[in-house]
Design a protein around this ligand. Sequence first.
Ligand code: ADP
Length: 197
Amino acid sequence: MQKLLNIVLFGPPGAGKGTQSERVISRYHLTHISTGDLFRKHLGEGTVLGLEAQRYMDHGKLVPDEIVIGMVEEKINSTADTNGFIFDGFPRTVLQAKVLDKLLKLAKGSISVMILLKVPEDELKSRLRLRAKISGRTDDQDEGKIQTRITEYKDKTLPVASYYNQQEKLVTIDGVGSMDEIFSKVCTVLDPLYESS
Ligand code: ADP
């Protein structure tokens, strides 16, 4: 059986995970799992899960692990025939990362690499202010919510980078520059893995 290529695209809010994910998906034909997008979809459909998540998202806080994990598990288990997954905005806590390892093991897979897009805080804030004008996302509209999301990232999410670093799976990329420049750096990391998978 062909080995799956499973990638975690990691970084703070506004780092460019969504933009780079789209490009990665079209080049490597991976299945996208963006927990932020999945929550917004649930919210749009008015599901119980969406309404529960909204209570946290509206304040820029992380949604509790058990809610996120259940949703991701369902998505992994309902995906047949894939070259692998690109996880975008997940895992965001060390517990989520540990559970993800177990879920992938059950599917006889593992994380191949985590790519961290590194962007200075001032640049993140100006990107999110710009995105607020077009995204319609309520969590982009408010300086306080943006600050809470960045603080949540530093407190709860950054330790996930150390978790993958211990497994020698962390690659850090400078996330400042044109989308094309950044994507070509992403490809430098992924091409050799794709060829060997
Ligand atoms: P951003 O990276 O710009 O903050 P996302 O779309 O990834 O945007 O996430 C939006 C919100 O959804 C987060 O602020 C959080 O409330 C919730 N969320 C998304 N993914 C997770 C996750 N893995 N764990 C907990 N909460 C999450």
